[in-house]
Design a protein around this ligand. Structure first.
Ligand SMILES: [Zn+2]
Length: 177
């Protein structure tokens, strides 16, 4: 996976494509009107901070990972911190033995940070934090602790548990095509 330094500007994809895993056939695509800051784009050959993350941070992070799915079409990310496996499970979404979360993932999440800024992390961040002991920058930890996805829905699309959806968002509902 490509490495991006924590807190650097996100430039991977110019639009956002959001869905919610509980309403997975609806997608909202829009040009973000907020700045995006990279968090947790770890690479095997770059240093990263390890330690013990607060338990309530992990709970909140998992709550976001359970509902958000952003930019899923950009492909599968593999964890470079795990040793190469000759027995890469064919079901890539299954955790390896001893792990709680899979070492591969698609998509990203967004956590509102300060005014007009959201953190952009790969969904693999859950695996990094829980299975490898990655501790993200404090600004991100605090933002996750402050963010309750079910309490921050979009006004126009209540199923979208993210507050900053612009009015020109394009809805694609696969269930009615
Ligand atoms: Zn791993």
């Amino acid at each position: 996976m490509t490495f991006y330094e924590d807190m650097s500007p996100y430039a991977y994809w110019h639009r956002e494509t959001f869905t919610d895993t509980t309403t997975g056939c609806c997608f909202l695509s829009f040009q973000p009107q907020y700045e995006r800051l990279n968090i947790g784009w770890l690479s095997g050959d770059q240093p990263w901070a390890s330690g013990v993350a607060p338990a309530d941070f992990i709970d909140r992070l998992e709550a976001v990972l359970a509902v958000q799915a952003v930019n899923e079409m950009l492909g599968l990310h593999d964890c470079e911190l795990c040793p190469p496996s000759e027995e890469q499970p064919p079901e890539w979404y299954k955790p390896r033995p001893g792990h709680r979360r899979s070492s591969a993932g698609t998509g990203e999440i967004r956590i509102p940070g300060g005014p007009g800024a959201a953190f952009a992390a790969p969904t693999l961040i859950g695996h990094y934090v829980i299975d490898h002991g990655y501790v993200p920058p404090k600004a991100f930890v605090d933002a996750v602790l402050a963010f309750d996805p079910s309490g921050h829905t979009s006004a126009e699309y209540p199923w979208m548990r993210f507050p900053w959806v612009p009015t020109d968002a394009v809805l694609y509902d696969a269930s009615v095509e």
